[in-house]
Design a protein. Structure first.
Length: 169
């Protein structure tokens, strides 16, 4: 006669019951999630990607802003004073949002007499000028007009770059 499966002793059978197994699996899942959040660091746990930057990280060049001023003078100044795109009203509407949203709005709505009629480069240059008017610093790399790159840039007044503590003096 072939021996059957071994019977588990009483304490092991109790541990193998469904409620205990579910509890153990849940505890392990919580531990794994906790380790992932701690490894991600601040920001990523809140859903902010590491490759996200803000407009305070220098996302356009000085040359783009200069050329953007010319685009603004050609297409925008007849309806908008430069101050219209700065100040508390502008900040309350746009700060904290992806730069892609501002770009899409400007491209969809401007110029008022012919929305969408400018080239992608002209819209990007106008956007660079808007950033300059709002006190955003320039950087080494030019601002791109593709939606993926613009989605990663948050319009803000603070940098997304992690600060590195300096030496104690």
């Amino acid at each position: 006669m072939t021996p059957g499966p071994k019977r588990l002793s009483f304490p092991v059978r109790r541990l193998a019951s469904a409620p205990v197994v579910v509890s153990v699996v849940a505890a392990v899942a919580l531990c794994v999630a906790s380790v992932r959040v701690q490894a991600a660091g601040p920001g990523e746990a809140a859903g902010i990607r590491r490759d996200t930057v803000t407009t305070m990280d220098g996302v356009y060049t000085a040359r783009q802003a200069m050329r953007g001023q010319n685009v603004f003078a050609t297409y925008c100044i007849s309806c908008h004073a430069p101050s219209f795109h700065t100040g508390p009203t502008f900040r309350s509407k746009w700060y904290g949002r992806p730069l892609r949203e501002l770009y899409a709005y400007v491209k969809r709505e401007m110029p008022k007499n012919a929305p969408g009629s400018m080239s992608d480069e002209e819209y990007t240059l106008a956007l660079a000028y808007l950033l300059k008017m709002n006190g955003m610093p320039t950087g080494a790399a030019p601002l791109a007009s593709d939606s993926i790159a613009l989605q990663r840039i948050r319009l803000d007044s603070t940098s997304a770059a992690p600060s590195t503590p300096g030496p104690n003096r």
